[in-house]
Design a protein around this ligand. Structure first.
Ligand code: SF4
Ligand code: SF4
Ligand code: SF4
Length: 482
């Protein structure tokens, strides 16, 4: 860990220990003086350099600003406005702040004055409650990100250590969210094929990044029909844990605390969405970031590298397609693999597995893919400044793409705000997930034996009534937030 990141880590650790005294929800005060002059949404005048800080509200489910540590440098404001195109689009005030929960401001703040809202103590409380079954589901990027907190070389693939550490902390079950990444691909590839055949609502937008989904809901509600209706992998995982897993293990779902361990701050917001409840229960109860997991390990004196473990054998298997979800372009690559299989009946040739054109740290990439008689124009981007260009094209009728993947974070989830940041780390994590994909038992979501089993035992047909009930969702305009 470099100097800046170690400082941030220690600063956050200190804050977390404060939270142990005050309770796990410690909110920043917005009572500091705030100058209305900072914003000029009406004139469109550049706001960079005028603003001092972002007026994060206490009810923000994902992000906290710590006034005592804030030097009012304005870096977070600039990042929010320039990279994510959020700040400056509305009239902010001490009590009004619009947020898509991407966490870019956290990455930008070198003082550790912006953090995720901490929920790790809630997890420890649940683990210590004997009446609760506490289940962890781990996202792909966490296994290649957590090492940076422990001076292990960046991009190390620490899946076994991570699972072992979660068991040592006291989780009753440890599952792989990549299982649901494969489910996402099954549904999303099917949806794409249907849209292409029926010529409706093209391009299809990916829907696995909740920050991006909220951006469309706020700023482009007329384009909501382009968003894939499939839930994100964590959205699906929660639904499967509270139904399929609970039934298999004979657990009352209301006794389950499902914890998603993610690289992401926006997932803390996503799990509060009403549309993602399952049979009346919240699908995922708590989200903690990679950073919070590292804090828990330190709190419980657990040495990451000394732990070894394997995922549960039920909902613990994934394909290479699921593994690369953490990378920019990964969702698209996995979807093309399964779409090809669905249309042609065989797995795609090797040149369609990697699609180099849509990999790497370029904010907007494109590719043309031919499957039988169908040619797909594809765009892959990250950060809303790039997504906005595509949204404007769709809105004014000049967009020629059939499929658009959008992630809020640079490089995709590997660069999420809940991960340690540092020079060169994102590239190394991308390589590590690609290597794991290349070495996977199968690289195709449709060949994951656990995915085949869950459709046979619970979900029925891909895209069928039961699959739609548990694996799909709905979206609503949030234009009123502006
Ligand atoms: S970047 Fe950090 S220190 Fe600077 S204004 Fe934002 S919260 Fe404060
Ligand atoms: S989380 Fe994202 S949208 Fe919210 S204030 Fe930070 S940069 Fe802006
Ligand atoms: S890109 Fe990934 S980590 Fe970043 S906000 Fe979206 S889902 Fe979360």
């Amino acid at each position: 860990m470099d100097k800046v990141n170690r400082r941030k880590f220690l600063a956050k650790f200190l804050l977390c220990n404060t939270s142990l005294i005050l309770g796990s929800h410690v909110f920043a005060s917005c009572s500091e003086e705030f100058s209305e002059d900072y914003i000029d949404a009406a004139t469109g005048e550049s706001i960079s350099g005028k603003l001092k800080y972002l007026p994060i509200q206490n009810e923000n489910p994902a992000i906290v600003r710590w006034p005592d540590k804030c030097e009012k440098c304005g870096d977070c404001v600039e990042a929010c406005a320039e990279q994510q195109k959020v700040f400056g689009t509305y009239q902010a005030s001490p009590t009004k702040h619009v947020c898509i929960h991407c966490g870019t401001c956290i990455i930008k703040c070198e003082e550790g004055a912006m953090t995720e809202k901490y929920h790790w103590q809630d997890v420890l409380n649940a683990i210590d409650n004997p009446s609760k079954i506490v289940i962890a589901s781990i996202s792909p990027s966490v296994r290649v990100g957590i090492g940076d907190y422990f001076d292990i070389s960046s991009g190390s693939f620490l899946e076994e250590n991570l699972v072992g550490a979660c068991r040592a902390i006291g989780f009753d079950h440890v599952l792989d969210t990549n299982f649901s990444a494969d489910l996402t691909i099954m549904e999303e590839a099917n949806e794409l094929q249907k849209r292409i055949l029926e010529k409706i609502d093209i391009p299809q937008f990916t829907s696995c990044c909740p920050a991006w989904v909220k951006y469309v809901e706020i700023y482009y509600p007329s384009l909501l029909n382009h968003l894939s209706t499939v839930r994100s992998p964590i959205g699906m995982q929660g639904a499967m844990v509270k139904t399929y897993f609970a039934k298999k293990k004979g657990i009352n779902p209301s006794n389950i605390i499902h914890v998603a361990i993610a690289p992401c701050t926006a997932k803390k917001y996503e799990i509060t969405r009403e549309e993602l409840t399952t049979d009346g229960l919240r699908s995922t109860d708590i989200v903690i970031t990679t950073h919070e997991l590292a804090l828990m390990l330190k709190r419980r004196n657990i040495k990451l590298t000394a732990q070894r473990g394997n995922f549960d054998s039920f909902m613990g298997a994934a394909s290479g397609g699921g593994i690369i979800f953490g990378n920019t372009g990964g969702v698209t690559r996995a979807a093309i693999r399964t779409a090809y299989f669905n249309i042609i009946g065989t797995n795609p040739p090797s040149n369609l597995l990697d699609l180099q054109q849509i990999q790497g740290l370029t904010g907007l990439k494109e590719a043309k893919v031919t499957i039988g008689t169908i040619t797909l124009n594809i765009a892959v981007c990250y950060e809303m400044r790039n997504a906005k260009m595509l949204l404007d094209q769709v809105k004014n009728g000049t967009c020629n793409y059939h499929f658009i993947e959008v992630m809020a974070c640079k490089g995709g989830c590997v660069g999420g705000a809940g991960q340690p940041s540092g020079s060169g780390t994102i590239e190394k994590r991308i390589s590590a997930l690609n290597k794991a994909d290349a070495q996977a038992v199968t690289r195709f979501s449709h060949e994951n034996p656990e995915v085949i089993a869950v459709y046979r035992k619970q979900l029925g047909e891909v895209g069928g009534a039961s699959a739609r009930r548990y694996l799909h969702t709905t979206y609503y305009s949030k234009a009123n937030l502006l």
